[in-house]
Design a protein. Structure first.
Length: 126
């Protein structure tokens, strides 16, 4: 799950930065405000890469997705891009958990097979 979610978050990092460049063109917004908001969101997206597997990491990711969609009120194309990244986030969490479960099952089977092979080559093999 960590790899898929981190990939989505790094993609969002760049989209947030580009959205900040577009938002700077709006005369009603102060440049410093735009970059404070974008900077915090970009920093959060990078920090979340390391927090995915910790408690609350996925929920913070969902909060970022909601904020990304809400940024569409400032940069209208972000409604669409936010929805796309929210779908990617869902897929990353959903399929990432499935992949983690399959990996854990496979590792358990390998451990059992290895233990069984070692047990049959034990004291009776001599």
């Amino acid at each position: 799950m960590r790899v898929l979610c981190s990939s989505t978050l790094i993609g969002e990092f760049f989209v947030i930065g580009f959205a900040g460049l577009v938002a700077m063109k709006d005369d009603s917004l102060a440049t410093s405000t735009v970059w404070w908001v974008c900077g915090i969101a970009m920093l959060l997206s990078v920090l979340l890469c390391g927090m995915i597997t910790r408690p609350g990491g996925v929920q913070l990711g969902w909060a970022l997705q909601i904020a990304l969609i809400a940024s569409g009120f400032v940069v209208p194309v972000m409604f669409f891009l936010g929805a796309v990244f929210a779908a990617l986030w869902w897929a990353s969490v959903h399929y990432g958990r499935r992949i983690d479960q399959v990996k854990a099952d496979w590792a358990a089977r390998q451990e059992t097979a290895t233990a069984g092979a070692q047990g049959s080559a034990g004291p009776d093999a001599a």
